[in-house]
Design a protein around this ligand. Sequence first.
Ligand SMILES: [Fe+2]
Ligand SMILES: [Fe+2]
Length: 359
Amino acid sequence: MDRPRLCCESSHITPSHGFPRALESCYRLPRRLVVTPAAAIHDFPKHGREEARLSQETTFGAAPFRKLLPNARPEAPDNWSLYDRFLDLCEAHRWKMADVRSEIETVDPASLSARDLQVIDCVAEVAVVEGNAPSIVVNQLAIMLYDAEFASWATYQAGEEQKHFHCVRHYCRRVGHPMAAEHGEAKLAERQKGFDPNDFQDEFALVLINILGETLNIHLYQVLAGAADEPVLKGLLQRIARDERRHQQWFVAYFLKRAGQDPAFVPSALASLKRMLRIDSAPDRGAQQHQGTGVENYLQATEKVMRYGYSLQIITRTVDEQWRVLQECFGAALDIDRRQFVVRQMARPDKIAAQISAT
Ligand SMILES: [Fe+2]
Ligand SMILES: [Fe+2]
């Protein structure tokens, strides 16, 4: 006989399973009173606000959190292979927040150079984008929840992005930067971009946005680390850049794994890439698509790196590597003109200013 499951353990109750419609609103009842058989766990909750969200139209053709994705067979040699490999890699290089906080406590705010202040001004803004990790992961999982390996990785990766926010938060508070006021719990919650199942377009664009976005993150932190004079700040940004490098390597490995499993993956991903870049339209010269797109601070950070003169170095290195990574992923199938890609990845200051004033 099936073990009765608490409603909060299960994913679904519907009238088809013999439950009265009133029980669909089970969240209003004491959870311990609501049971459903194990056979009912394969579908999804449909109550209150969740119902409205789950019925939202999506570009990937299935309701949020319902898309079925391939998982390896238990005996397959690639079962959890990327997760195992990258978790080992990330843990081997994992650094401790306690160490970072101890280092930050040694910083004398009076020792900061003019360049340090500019770098901090940029990373303080970027930190708020990193702090959107909860929204970013929920929007990714709206598509990828049932790809077990991807979902496991996404929770780990987003945890590291959140850690990046917290490091910079501690640093800004130590040196008395005004952006510290934006790093409190209430402000961060207010700045969450929130649940949007269309945020990552589809399962292919989602991987590509992560590949391209992590590449930008690497060079952003590397260039800012190179510009910083204060050694704790420099070391902190170098650590974060190395995390971003491992994140990028995961998404590339994931792309190649999926491409190796399914001959339709590369053509589908190429169509999504063209759609994402709006390759059939004139370039609009706005900020490039990124995990942080939609967060106001992403535009503010872009404006600041332009204003302080870091953007040319960041974007030149980024776009160069992004193109090389796309070539690695797509091989001969990549039929996009490199110049068309480059022009779409390089924002113009006047466009960013217009986007900021429109928000
Ligand atoms: Fe990050
Ligand atoms: Fe990252």
